[in-house]
Design a protein around this ligand. Structure first.
Ligand code: GLN
Length: 278
């Protein structure tokens, strides 16, 4: 099988399996299997795959046909220009979440202390640390698996000495106050989960997605309890679902936050709510 044949065959099979970006994902699978970049593959489409490469390619296509997310098959996902290791124990970092990181970066000063709740792969906290100086972060998650992945990512990104984790249901048991608190909590309404695409519904951790009956379960706890963990003039940032902007904004206002605003993602959907505590 040549690179060109593999690209065609993989593209056809993934498309038939209902995968939207079938061609692009086949290219990524080929890069992984053959160990060549896409420019090189494009320049040499007649190259024959070695037996081992073909075997690996077909195995990955088969797994992807069964709707295992590509990020889990490759074991990594790009986010904020960085590579994060992922496993089925953590939510795969989403492009939408870059909106949250970029908003926080507007407030992040050298040396600040960050608390990141529901850290998962650590993608939010670690991106913030990578793009700033002298900052440190404490990250919490209820999942031991997630914290292991986050710690590995910190080490791989050279941020191990600025990043610590605590396993807890949201809040760390500490009197420390933080300059900034970030959270991408589970926020999908329980009833909506069943209608999600199979990659998310069947493969990503439910515990990272299910926000309870109205999707707001975690915002109620986060917004009401955040003031006890924030410095004066500290900010709270939460990622939200596209239809939750007004309701989460109201929670911030009712809790006494100032300068509360809803920020949109690149698709024009409400994606982040932020507020200041003083
Ligand atoms: N944005 C994710 C999704 O749509 C949900 C993330 C979350 O619940 N925090 O699948």
């Amino acid at each position: 099988m040549t690179i060109k044949q593999a690209q065609e065959e993989g593209g056809k099979r993934l498309q038939a399996a209902g995968i939207e970006e079938a061609t692009f994902e086949t290219t990524l699978i080929l890069e992984e299997s053959v160990g060549m970049g896409r420019a090189e593959m494009l320049a040499h489409p007649e190259t024959e795959l070695a037996d081992k490469q073909e075997e690996r390619f077909l195995a990955l296509v088969k797994s992807r046909e069964s709707r295992i997310p590509l990020a889990y098959l490759l074991g990594r996902q790009e986010f904020m220009g960085l590579t994060f290791a992922v496993s089925p124990g953590v939510l795969i970092p989403r492009a939408d979440t870059e909106t949250l990181v970029e908003e926080v970066l507007r407030h992040l000063l050298d040396g600040m202390r960050i608390l990141d709740l529901c850290t998962g792969s650590g993608c939010i906290a670690l991106s913030l640390l990578h793009y700033s100086n002298g900052t440190t972060a404490l990250a919490t998650d209820i999942s031991e698996d997630a914290l292991a992945v986050a710690a590995d990512n910190a080490t791989a990104l050279g941020l191990g000495d600025r990043f610590t984790t605590i396993r807890t249901d949201l809040w760390p048991d500490t009197a420390e106050r933080f300059d900034l608190i970030t959270a991408n909590p589970p926020y999908i309404e329980t009833a909506v989960l069943e209608g999600l695409q199979p990659e998310v519904r069947d493969r990503e951790p439910r515990i990272a997605l299910d926000g309870g009956e109205d999707g707001l379960r975690f915002y109620r706890r986060i917004v009401s309890e955040a003031p006890a963990h924030l410095c004066a003039d500290g900010w709270l940032f939460t990622e939200i679902g596209f239809d939750q902007g007004e309701r989460v904004r109201q929670l911030f206002v009712s809790a006494g936050f100032h300068e509360v605003s809803v920020i949109r993602d690149l698709g024009g959907n409400d994606r982040v709510v932020k507020g200041c505590w003083f």
